[in-house]
Design a protein. Structure first.
Length: 285
């Protein structure tokens, strides 16, 4: 573990932090920050108790972004944070965790994520904190930590957030810092996504596919060949019955999935560009 004075951060890919108004005096870093050179830093945040749709979207977007020069940042918390880090690890995408504690393993919070923190380091990722190594997480450490995740990023993506949520703190700070903020649109009747949906009224960009992320980051798609699409077992069940355009209700019955599983999986397939709907029928793209 190394301690970097804030003036030393200017010489690393994390240098954007030195430009936020309430920058720290320095940071403790495990891992080599220079492995992030030429990478775009994407902060992914959302609810600790997240919907199945939110989980599917994160897994899909990270998988689609894997061929491109990006790094996934999150806060090592339960819910969306864990999903984002795990998706990055599974797809060989660099990932950075900003825990709401010091970096000693015995104070990592939640304790169930101590192994996840170790896996991040073993995969050339980073653990970063402004708190001394033995500092335990407290209620005040998380909002303070959020400003670092907002300040270091080239893009902040809000996956899902209630009307009053710590996730929205990260979004508001990012907007104050001039960092681009994007949102995954969700059902307007979903209370768990009311706050994130409303951010679009405040200027956050809606994300409909990974291509929107590439556009916001000014990454040309031709710099890397997209990875072959790998579908989940539920997605395969739907696609196997799409040899020809099929009405949605009929496709649901053919797939054998529950209605909720079917709707969630169908949304992910549409988000990835694998299917589209036209004249009441589902078509394979």
């Amino acid at each position: 573990m190394n301690y970097f004075d804030i003036t030393e951060i200017a010489d690393t890919p994390l240098e954007k932090i030195i430009h936020i108004p309430d920058k720290p005096t320095g940071m403790y870093i495990q891992g080599n920050p220079y492995v992030l050179s030429n990478k775009k830093l994407i902060t992914v945040v959302g609810s600790r108790v997240c919907s199945s749709y939110a989980k599917e979207v994160v897994l899909k977007l990270v998988r689609d972004l894997a061929p491109f020069p990006v790094c996934i940042i999150s806060g090592l918390a339960l819910g969306i944070d864990r999903i984002a880090h795990t998706a990055a690890l599974e797809n060989n995408v660099p990932t950075i965790a900003f825990p709401g504690s010091g970096l000693n393993p015995d104070v990592i919070y939640p304790a169930s994520h101590q192994r996840l923190a170790q896996e991040i380091l073993e995969s050339d990722g980073l653990l970063i904190s402004e708190y001394p190594p033995h500092t335990k997480a407290a209620r005040w450490t998380f909002p303070k930590r959020n400003r670092l995740m907002a300040g270091v990023a080239d893009l902040v993506i809000i996956i899902e957030a209630k009307e009053k949520s710590g996730t929205l703190i990260t979004a508001r700070l990012a907007m104050e810092y001039g960092t681009t903020v994007a949102v995954i649109p969700q059902n307007i009747t979903a209370s768990h996504a009311y706050g994130s949906n409303r951010l679009m009224q405040d200027g956050a960009y809606p994300i409909l596919s990974y291509k929107d992320i590439l556009s916001l980051l000014s990454i040309q798609e031709e710099v890397a060949e997209p990875a072959p699409k790998i579908y989940t077992p539920l997605e395969e069940k739907i696609l196997s019955h799409l040899s020809e355009p099929t009405p949605k209700d009929e496709l649901c019955l053919l797939s054998g999935l529950s209605y909720q599983e079917f709707i969630t999986t169908l949304s992910c397939l549409e988000l990835s560009g694998s299917i589209y709907e036209k004249y009441g029928k589902v078509h394979k793209a």
